[in-house]
Design a protein around this ligand. Structure first.
Ligand SMILES: [Fe+2]
Length: 358
């Protein structure tokens, strides 16, 4: 009997592996839509200097990134992700992290395909790559019963009526109980893809603070649509989504590809919800690669200057050395000793609520 059971398990395992291996392949002609957002807000639009981040863009409006068929395949792939990739924290009930490269080949290929990266880079106005494999297609789940979802909408409508009765309707709305409070992201850019059908949902926008402390709201994406935001340099929060039974988003974080551009990435908001070994490996490896490219670039620069008979540019080289020291210190600061990492805890940097100007 035991032998039969083992054989059955093995056959099931092989079938599962074969399905993953022979599942649909990502084909940009079929699965990538490639639309550009109709509108974008720049850092300047928000009142910040244009060079505050690594590109002039603050946030895009939603654009269709992948076809509904592609999203359905991605949804299939996240159904059977093993436990070790599941995380929860004080601010998120259910997440999948670091699973894509290991067990979601279509999802991984979709987010790392050169055509996908070219599109996202075009919108971001700087050439981007995913920060590391561990940050490809992080999933946020939220689900509720049909009755709860309907009750939410009803309460919201009642609340709107009260506002109207008191003459404070329209755009003067207060940001209440957001999913995540006001914060800046750990990584320079983020692309958030909606994987659920959210027709009938109210809310779900991204609220962003301007330099003057005002708040603007950007519409949330519908299924297959995404937004790109320079989240490291904009203080923002996700507003509550009402009336949706299920809300699944896939979030991939990006950094500039070029080692010559700043990489201010931190691990502040992800340390507590990650497999630390994998996160630290990914972070250390890509930061060392950037450092290597920076050093090679400087070696070439001093060699060329010497070859053409220029005197040694001491000031320039010392500036470079300072930059390298800052870069290495940043890596060192972020790799917090593993015993000091509080599992399941994400630090909240909350500002008080404020009225929204639409
Ligand atoms: Fe964020």
């Amino acid at each position: 009997m035991a032998t039969v059971a083992i054989q059955t398990t093995l056959v099931a395992k092989i079938a599962q592996l074969t399905a993953v291996r022979h599942g649909p392949r990502f084909d940009p002609a079929r699965h990538l839509v490639g639309d550009l957002p109709a509108k974008k807000k720049s850092m300047k639009d928000l009142g910040f200097p244009e060079d505050i981040g690594v590109s002039p863009l603050a946030v895009s409006e939603p654009f269709q990134l992948f076809t509904v068929e592609a999203v359905e395949i991605m949804r299939e792939e996240i159904l059977n992700v093993p436990e070790k990739y599941k995380f929860k924290s004080n601010i998120a009930r259910s997440q999948l992290r670091g699973y894509a490269k290991d067990c979601a080949p279509f999802t991984y290929a979709a987010w790392t395909h050169p055509e996908t990266l070219a599109l996202i880079s075009k919108i971001a106005e700087v050439e981007l790559v995913p920060v590391m494999d561990y940050e490809v297609a992080h999933i946020n789940f939220s689900s509720k019963s049909k009755a709860d979802a309907q009750q939410e909408l009803k309460s919201h409508q009642e609340e709107l009526r009260i506002y109207e009765d008191e003459g404070i309707s329209g755009c003067r709305e207060v940001v209440k109980t957001p999913i995540v409070g006001w914060h800046t992201d750990s990584y320079p850019f983020v692309c958030v893809l909606m994987m659920s059908d959210v027709r009938g949902m109210v809310g779900g926008e991204t609220a962003i603070r301007t330099a003057e402390g005002k708040i603007i709201k950007m519409r949330g994406p519908s299924q297959g649509y995404a937004v790109v935001m320079q989240g490291r340099y904009t203080t923002h929060q996700a507003m509550r989504a009402l009336g949706a039974q299920e809300r699944i988003t896939a979030v991939t974080s990006f950094r500039p590809k070029s080692a010559l551009l700043r990489d201010d990435s931190e691990l502040r908001t992800v340390r507590g919800v990650s497999d630390i070994n994998e996160l630290y490996y990914g972070f250390a490896e890509y930061r060392l690669q950037l450092l290597k490219e920076l050093l090679e670039h400087e070696i070439e620069r001093v060699k060329v200057a010497h070859r053409v008979g220029e005197g040694f540019g001491t000031v320039k080289h010392k500036l470079f050395l300072e930059r390298v020291i800052d870069f290495v210190e940043q890596s060192n600061r972020e790799l917090v000793e593993q015993s000091q990492v509080r599992k399941g805890f994400v630090e909240k940097v909350d500002l008080p609520d404020a009225a929204i100007d639409c």
